[in-house]
Ligand binder design. Structure first.
Ligand code: PLP
Length: 228
């Protein structure tokens, strides 16, 4: 716990430094701690340290952990992984925010999974910044149509964009493209001003390029156990 506390503090310090270096106010940033592969007890430890945003990328593990942790006031679960359409109901039931909406069929499935009286679900449109269609995310050329489609669904609220930096290019130019693509979404949904970008290796570049939501795992949690 002591180690966790000091790693969390160290990262928050680096986030604040990167924000100030970019002329931004650190309080504009939401730091999501990615807890994938770690036990539910880590989420509880993080909560005790004041963390209120955690991220998971695999639906089964996500649903199980949300059940194990139970309700903790103010805790928000972010789903950041590739989502199968037939798991939309489970994802919707567990997530406060879905970062990985990347196709119209998934949007339709998440919308159809709403129970009567559910609050609207915050979603981010994941953009593929690479030429490899296997990496997840909508192609930039199709982003505007996906934004329009999703914005028309009654139970989803489009909040912005999400991306993972490519492996084969420096992060800064890729995040600059993402920033421009965020403008494409805002042309459809004017208040969709979230940009989810930046992981352990590249959060400073993401902050410089306008990220509002950082998804940081191993720098805070330590090395991940083998996926179980
Ligand atoms: C695992 C993961 C992260 C966090 O990665 P780290 O390098 O451990 O910070 C962020 N975003 C997504 C989509 C992930 O799957």
């Amino acid at each position: 716990m002591g180690d966790l506390r000091s790693r969390l503090a160290a990262i928050d310090e680096r986030i604040a430094d990167a924000a100030r270096a970019a002329g931004r106010d650190p309080s504009e940033l939401t730091r999501i701690v990615v807890t994938k592969f770690h036990p539910a007890s880590l989420v509880e430890e993080l909560y005790d340290l004041g963390v209120r945003d955690v991220g998971e990328n695999r639906q089964q593990e996500f649903s199980r952990k949300v059940g194990e942790v139970g309700s903790l006031a103010g805790l928000r679960w972010h789903f950041i992984g590739q989502a199968q359409t037939n798991k939309a109901r489970a994802i919707r039931a567990a997530a406060s925010v879905v970062h990985s909406l990347d196709r119209a069929r998934l949007a339709d499935a998440l919308d159809a999974a709403a129970e009567p009286g559910d609050p609207s679900l915050d979603v981010l449109l994941q953009v593929n910044l690479t030429d490899d269609p296997g990496r997840g995310g909508v192609a930039p050329a199709e982003l505007e149509a996906l934004a329009a489609h999703t914005a028309a669904l009654p139970s989803l609220r489009v909040r912005g964009v999400m991306a993972v930096a490519p492996l084969d290019e420096p992060p800064a130019p890729a995040f600059a493209r993402l920033n421009a693509l965020a403008g494409v979404v805002r042309a459809v949904v004017p208040d969709a001003d979230w940009i989810s970008a930046g992981m352990t290796a590249d959060f400073a570049e993401a902050i410089a390029a306008g990220a509002t939501h950082l998804r940081i795992g191993s720098a805070i949690t330590g090395p991940r156990p083998e996926p179980g």
